[in-house]
Every structure is written in C-alpha cells, then in structure tokens.
Design a protein around this ligand. Structure first.
Ligand code: SAH
Length: 455
C-alpha cells in the first residue's frame, strides 16, 4: 500500500457518513479518510492532518464537485461552530443515511441478513427542537461582552445569539442578560485568569407548558443588581424561574452544585406523553421532548403491554420510560446509577400519582444479578436504554437468564446496539422489528428502538 503522510493532499470520493457526521472517503487501495464537513456524493480535495495505519483524518480543502444532496446551510456559523455536522445535507437524506447506518450495522455486526426495519420517524421540522441551551459568556477582541458557542474543540467564543436548533426566545433572553451586564459593568468569567463573574447562561423551556428557566452560572454567590435582571426577564411571557448557579472551580464542567432562586420557582415543569416532569438546572431531561415522545411511544408499542405485565426499565435515568410504561403495566422496576436521577424519578412518579413503579440506585450490572439471586427477578418485558457504550455483559447475561417474552432495546449508538443484539440473538432472541427516530436533526446522531422476541 502507498505510504500516506501528514499534509499530503488527496482527491477523494466521499461515499458514507461516519458516526459523528463526518464524510468518509476511501482511496483506491482502500485507505479510509474521515473528512469533517464533506458529504456523501462530494468529490473533494482533502489534506491529511493525522495519519494512522489504516485511516487518516483529513481537512476539507476544496469541494471539487458537490454532492447532489447538498443544500445551503442556513446558519452562518454552522461550520465554525461544529454543533451541527449535517446542515449542508438535505433533511430527507440525513434521515436516509441514519437509517442506513443502522441497517448496515445490523447486517455487518449482528449478522442479520435482512433487518426488519420500519421507516425512520423524522421531525416535522428539524429546527428549533432543543429545549435546552448553554451559552458560554466571554469577551470579543474589542472587549465587548459576548455569548455564543465555542468554536469546534477550542474555547474561543463565536458570538451567536440565535442558534437555529434552540428556542426563539433564547435570543431575547441573551439580549437582556448581556445588556444588563454591560449596564452594570459585570465582567464575564475569564478562564485564563479565573477572574470575572458570569460563565454560562443556561436556558430551559418546557415546550408543552411554555415555562422558561434562566440560570446564570456565576463564579460567585451573587450578582450586583440581581433584582433588575429578574425584573427584565420577568417581562418575557412564560418566565418561571430565574436562578443562579455557583461554580467557582477552574474546570470545563459547566454547572456547580448549588443553585439559588433569584426570582420565581426553583424549577420548571414539562410533559412528555401526558406525564409531568419537574426540571431543575441540575436534572437530566431529554432535550428534544417531541421526538422523545415518539421514541418512547414506539418502545411502548413494541413492549406490547396489556396491563398485566411486569417490566424492568434498565438504565432508567429520571424514569421517563418507566413512568410511560407504568400506566399500561402491572409493575415496573427501574434501575439507574445516578442517585439524583433516581430522586427525580421518584419525585416525578409521586407528582403523577403513579404507584406501580419502584426504582433501584446502582449499576445495572450489579443490581440485576443481585435481584435475580434474591428473588428470581420476574419480567415479562425488559426495556434497556443504555449509554453509548451499550449494555454491560452481566446485564445481557441476566436478561437471558430471566427469559422475558420481549426485550425492547433503545439505543443512541447503533454499533454497540448491534453488538448487544448479536449476544441476545445467540441467547435465543430474534429481532422482530426495528425503528429509528431522529432526535437530533442536523447532527450525525441516531436513536433506534429494537424489538426482540424469544425464538
Ligand atoms: N431512559 C432514560 C435515559 C437513559 S440514558 C430517561 O429517559 O431518562 C442512559 C442512562 O444510563 C443514564 O441516565 C446513565 O446515568 C445511566 N447509566 C450509565 N451507566 C449505568 C450503569 N452501569 N448502570 C445503570 N445505569 C447506568
């Protein structure tokens, strides 16, 4: 094989999308090059930046001939920001590529010849779907206070008050907060020196309730003239909580541990599928509630509940799926490793008057085997919604011992899902249905729901 070296330029045909939305091209000898911002169907010139044995990362230098699926990216800072990788690909093609990625992984990794995939559920509109935004605050070269996004993999801020994935109201909120900072001479936090006050502006919106939370992350306990800030923010319809989070650490972690209410409540409420959730700045909550409802609705359909079943919801987070399922099952048990998430789950169960759920804190790979030894652990249906690395081997083993009628696998990473599906396949389960749901339009992420039944 030809030797490739750093800074060498190659002409490539981009033929696929990688897992972070980057274009993948192969040389005639089968050497793989990942090129950010290149799309399938493009012919490009790329400069090799990092060369490994089998593959390299290239920088897009020129699009020699554009893919027919290219569109104009509507956001002026799309490429510099890096938050969206696929804005220049038509939405229809984004969906097709995501579904195909899942199909290829099920064929290649799980060894399923013809995966039974139902059509992907896309968004009605792939814009303004995020209910949460975190804007870093800093200064531009002229010393003006700015908020925006970190330029891909750096900590320099690209000023941008209107991200097209976020709520429209974000812009008005940022105008008010930055205007207040300018007026009262409040300094943004400076990472280099550790001085200054305002680090981030966190905004959360309840899409179904219209409630809005603004939380300033501050290198201190208070801000000058907080009352003025609250007074201005309160004019925005739906404003429910104006909060201050203290973070004095020199860290990349955005939020500190303590939150104080400047005005209003300490949380907002939102609903998914008729279930209410209380959301504080520190709680986890799905960022695309409309598509979450579709994904979990799909999981509910695959679970095939009649009201009589016992169900385990493994990796249950704040219990969104557990509470969704509980209304149609006899008993649901959830397990999750983060104690605060379980606190939220229990509070949300109480808030909704749902009594047939019980939550366990701990690692799924410990809790499930323990419960199995102790009580035999019955389950008609097991739902798993693991993090990107997929299910722990001990979790899969225990599920196979429990032998539920159905397993519903919800996944945010098709490759690890396909690996786990193979294990479950060897253990006597076959894939009956698969459905992808697009929760993160303009990005390379895809969520999948898989129904496995006993062979
Ligand atoms: N269905 C959940 C989200 C699941 S995301 C909801 O709607 O809220 C995956 C979850 O798995 C996260 O909450 C993460 O904290 C949890 N997790 C990660 N590793 C785990 C482990 N080893 N055992 C149990 N839970 C784990």
């Amino acid at each position: 094989m030809e030797e490739y070296r750093k800074n060498q330029e190659l002409e490539l045909e981009i033929s696929a999308l990688g897992s972070s939305g980057e274009g993948i091209g192969r040389t005639r000898e089968g050497f793989t090059v990942f090129v950010k911002d290149a799309l399938p169907g493009d012919r490009v010139r790329a400069r090799l930046m990092k060369v490994k044995k089998q593959y390299a990362f290239g920088r897009l230098m020129e699009i020699i001939s554009p893919s027919p699926d290219r569109v104009e990216a509507p956001c002026p800072v799309a490429r510099a920001c890096g938050g969206c990788q696929l804005q220049a690909l038509s939405y229809e093609k984004q969906l097709a590529y995501k579904e195909n990625k899942v199909r290829q992984d099920l064929i290649r990794i799980s060894g399923i010849e013809n995966p039974p995939i139902e059509p992907i559920i896309g968004m009605a509109s792939p814009w303004r779907y995020r209910n949460k935004a975190q804007f870093p605050v800093g200064r531009d070269r002229e010393g003006r206070v700015v908020a925006g996004f970190y330029a891909g993999r750096t900590h320099s801020i690209i000023p941008q008050r209107d991200c097209l994935l976020g709520a429209e109201v974000n812009r008005r909120i940022l105008d008010i907060v930055l205007g207040y900072m300018e007026q009262y001479g409040i300094a943004p936090y400076d990472e280099a020196s550790g001085s200054g006050l305002v680090r981030h502006i966190l905004i959360r919106c309840g899409f179904s309730t219209g409630e809005i939370m603004v939380c300033l992350v501050v290198n201190g306990d208070r801000l000058p003239e907080e009352g003025m800030l609250a007074e201005r923010l309160r004019e925005i319809p739906g404003m429910t909580a104006v909060l201050l989070n203290t973070n004095r650490e020199r860290t990349n972690v955005i939020l500190g541990h303590t939150v104080r209410t400047i005005w209003g409540k300490g949380y907002i409420t939102d609903m998914i599928g008729g279930v209410s959730f209380q959301i504080s700045p520190l709680s986890f909550y799905q960022v695309n509630p409309r598509q979450t409802e579709k994904l979990y609705g799909q999981a509910l359909e695959y679970a095939g509940l009649t009201g009589q079943e016992t169900v385990w919801d493994v990796y249950c987070g704040i219990g969104t799926i557990s509470l969704f399922l509980a209304r149609r099952a006899r008993q649901v048990w959830g397990v999750e490793v983060v104690p605060q998430a379980i606190e939220d789950a229990r509070r949300n169960a109480a808030l909704n008057g749902i009594e047939n759920v019980e939550f366990f804190v701990g690692k799924a790979e410990e809790v499930l085997p323990e419960q199995y030894e102790k009580s035999g652990l019955r389950a008609d249906v097991v739902v798993v919604d693991p993090p990107r690395k997929g299910c722990d081997a001990a979790v899969l083993e225990t599920i196979l011992r429990v032998r539920p009628d159905r397993i519903v696998y919800i996944s945010c990473d098709p490759a690890t899902m396909a690996r786990d599906v193979k294990v479950l396949g060897n253990g006597g389960y076959s894939v009956e249905k698969v459905r992808c749901v697009d929760m993160f339009g303009m990005t390379g992420h895809v969520e999948t729901c898989v129904l496995l039944g006993r062979k």
